[in-house]
Design a protein around this ligand. Structure first.
Ligand SMILES: Cc1ncc(C[n+]2csc(CCOP(=O)(O)OP(=O)(O)O)c2C)c(N)n1
Length: 491
């Protein structure tokens, strides 16, 4: 593992200097592409060490991005980046390198794809798990209008846990529409990825042995004799169940996708090879890449969650330049622990944001009362409703912007049934650097219109603690007591 080189040599700098448009990448040899990857990595580390931003995810997709722009004819071919926090490499190679020092600043380069910034950003993202839906929409529009281009959704294993992604896979597989889903599997969401999908992907990775013997098995199976309709049918069934036993990729194939992979997502030549195979398919394909979050920068490889989104930091030590001040999430997390010590009914739920919402310590102290449900805000809230119905006191901190996903669950599953779920809105208000997709500006407008909901907004840490305690005890005093003066909560 190399530390980033502080001074880039003139020879190396020249290569990146020449490559600020994707057509130039296509002319490079494999060796030059590897060199380009190294230069881009160094540049991103240097830039983000000053501006802050999503470092680890970008370091993980350097080779993948180079390969995508080598194989596909962008912007004619469409690449849709799920969440979009991993598009710094894409921005560098699509003419925005010079502006990268303005990353995430007012009038600067956005931290997420923005169509108004570049024609290469063909769909704006910021919230998770939308890419396959958008890609399928574009592919269907292409087909109806008899146009001809490729549509590629690039989605992480974390984003794949989101309900929207699964809804889209279900529809896309069934549709048989020509579409490529690149699965960027680094085993991480922000923290370690969780859930059945994640376990299933681990099985694919660990059963690479079976993958290697894949061709061998396929060949043997092809020799199964086909005498008469009965034998043919039986052979098919045997072939299917044997395949299912030996090749753990059947989940995607059962959904209607062709599955290709897994390949090492840092081996540009292999990635290009498999993308070229995918390009030839006329039906939906999943291409499975194995990557390492934080690749090439030791502190980020060791602590990918810490470097998922970082403030400015010292490149040598990886330490943040400014020490993090005490914030609402931390105070919330600590106050909840104190309350949970007294009241065993309190449980905490996160949608893949334990750290960001201040629940990391709660998770350590009360592992059986902590639930990370993956990037699944809707499920988190309806599950909380179920828990409340059966007597628990679920506390669900979600960023304001991501609560937007689940307002129907707030209304339909929690409030109409008047269930005591404590919904905590983190990052309310203007959030600045992450831009418009992440602004927490609609929460009070929505929440204040919903019946059976007490809304409180603390103005300082003490009020936050008092309000949390009030919320936990609200049902003890009266199941219908709503304070006369409704206060607004902004956590
Ligand atoms: C609806 C929604 N919830 C939560 C987030 C916060 N978030 C941003 S990236 C991320 C993890 C994504 O993991 P993955 O897709 O595997 O990408 P990686 O960063 O590992 O490359 C999360 C939870 C979000 N952007 N959108």
């Amino acid at each position: 593992m190399k530390q980033p080189i502080q001074e880039t040599s003139e020879k190396r700098q020249k290569l990146l200097d020449k490559i600020n448009q994707t057509d130039k990448i296509k002319t490079l040899t494999e060796k030059q592409k590897e060199q380009l990857a190294e230069e881009i990595r160094e540049e991103i580390i240097h830039t983000v060490s000053k501006t802050g931003g999503h470092l680890a995810s970008n370091l993980g997709v350097v080779e993948l991005t180079i390969a995508l722009h080598s194989v596909f004819d962008t912007p004619k071919d469409k690449i849709i980046w799920d969440v979009g926090h991993q598009t710094y490499v894409h921005k560098i190679v699509t003419g925005r390198r010079e502006k990268m020092p303005t990353l995430r600043q007012l009038h600067g380069i956005a931290g997420f794809p923005k169509a108004k910034e570049s024609e290469y950003d063909c769909f704006d993202t910021g919230h998770s798990s939308t890419s396959i839906s958008a890609a399928l929409g574009m592919a269907r529009a292409r087909d109806l209008q008899q146009k001809d281009y490729h549509v590629v959704a690039v989605i992480g294993d974390g984003a794949l846990t989101g309900g929207m992604a699964l809804e889209a896979l279900d529809d896309a597989g069934n549709s048989k529409t020509r579409l490529i889903v690149v699965l960027n599997d680094n085993e991480m969401s922000i923290s370690k990825n969780v859930g059945g999908i994640s376990r299933f992907l681990t099985r694919i990775r660990t059963k690479r042995f079976y993958k290697k013997s894949n061709n061998f098995i396929r060949k043997i199976l092809e020799y199964i004799p086909k005498f008469g309709p009965f034998v043919i049918q039986l052979a098919r069934k045997v072939k299917y169940s044997l395949k299912q036993l030996m090749l753990p990729n059947m989940f995607f194939e059962d959904l209607g996708f062709k599955y290709l992979g897994p390949v090492d997502g840092h081996d540009i030549e292999r990635v290009e090879w498999i993308l070229n195979l995918a390009k030839k398919e006329k039906e939906p394909v999943v291409v499975h890449m194995i990557t390492k979050k934080g690749k090439g920068y030791e502190p980020a490889e060791k602590n990918p969650d810490q470097f998922h989104a970082t403030s400015s930091f010292d490149i040598i030590t990886g330490e943040p330049i400014k020490k993090k001040a005490k914030d609402y999430s931390q105070v919330f997390g600590e106050a909840l622990i104190e309350l949970a010590k007294e009241n065993k009914k309190i449980v905490a739920i996160t949608a893949a944001m334990a750290d960001g919402t201040g629940l990391s310590k709660f998770k350590q102290i009360f592992p059986s009362r902590f639930f990370d449900v993956g990037i699944a805000e809707q499920h988190a809230l309806t599950m909380a409703a179920g828990m409340a119905k059966e007597g628990l006191i679920p506390v669900v901190p979600i960023y304001s912007s991501f609560y937007q996903r689940a307002f129907d669950q707030v209304i339909h599953d929690i409030c109409l049934q008047n269930l005591p779920v404590i919904m905590c809105v983190d990052r309310a208000g203007i959030v600045g650097q992450d831009g418009e997709t992440h602004q927490g500006i609609f929460d009070l407008s929505f929440f204040s219109m919903i019946p059976n909901l007490t809304v409180m907004a603390p103005k300082d840490f003490q009020e936050l603690e008092a309000m949390l305690s009030f919320a936990v005890n609200l049902r003890k005093t009266s199941s219908h007591s709503i304070p006369k003066r409704r206060r607004r909560r902004k956590v």
